[in-house]
Design a protein around this ligand. Sequence first.
Ligand code: GUN
Length: 296
Amino acid sequence: MAQVLDGAAIAAELRGEVARAVADLKARHGQTPCLAAVLVGDDPASHVYVAAKVRDTEETGMRSLEIRLPADTSEADLIARVQALNADNDVDGILVQLPLPAHLDQNNVLAVLSPEKDVDGLTEVSAGRLALGKPGLRPCTPEGCVILARRAQADLSGANCLVLGRSILVGKPAAFLFLAENCTVTIAHSKTRDLPARCREADILVAAIGRAEMVRGDWIKPGAIVIDVGINRVPSLKTPGKTRLVGDVNYEEALEVAGAITPVPGGVGPMTRAGLLRNTLRAACARRGWEAPGMI
Ligand code: GUN
């Protein structure tokens, strides 16, 4: 039976560390880091996510600035708002909630976001710094994946890591972050040949392909660390008309084979939210020339 990697508990530890560091910075410098969240339009899920991020930010003692813009906001207006936040010396981190309404080009908006405030790690500069192994802000979800994997095995050096998925938010940055842990990294995707066999070679399997329960128990190497990034809504087995959340891995099957596994929900998701707080703190320290606190 696999060890269950409790992302909710580890994220709570991380939030505690951020809160202590924020209090310490306040005492030493008399200033409080600030995260600005930009939300365009009426997507209900995005409203829930942003509300949660604002609540988390304030609970750790940081300030938050919520900028809600109507769904018909023009690209020029949104870009002007982001530029104003870049220039605002009181703002340390900026997140533009994705997806944007269809008439707005995410690339054009991210192109103007200051890399020093890019707490999602989504700008070209942040991605380039990650690829080159230079210091910078890293995307929160794949950083959470690495922290969880290291809870199962402190030294990941030499492990075969297979990342299933190649998105800019998770798959690609996860590959670079596990490479930085000295793993031998493979990126697999929907066109990879004989996916089950490739997966069975992995000591660490990061599933981020967005297909409900695609990874079956017999795809997993016995004893492997399985990190499930998927969040998929499927019909409830018990109650008709209701839904439940499942990952990209068949959890019940994987639990029997893996050495360690993240649950869905309660695995990677909470780590993403906590990572955003940590990045805001890091961005504040780097920008204001404060010594960054050591954290998980
Ligand atoms: N939409 C879904 N996930 C994310 C995320 O991590 N950051 C942002 N900005 N938008 C998202």
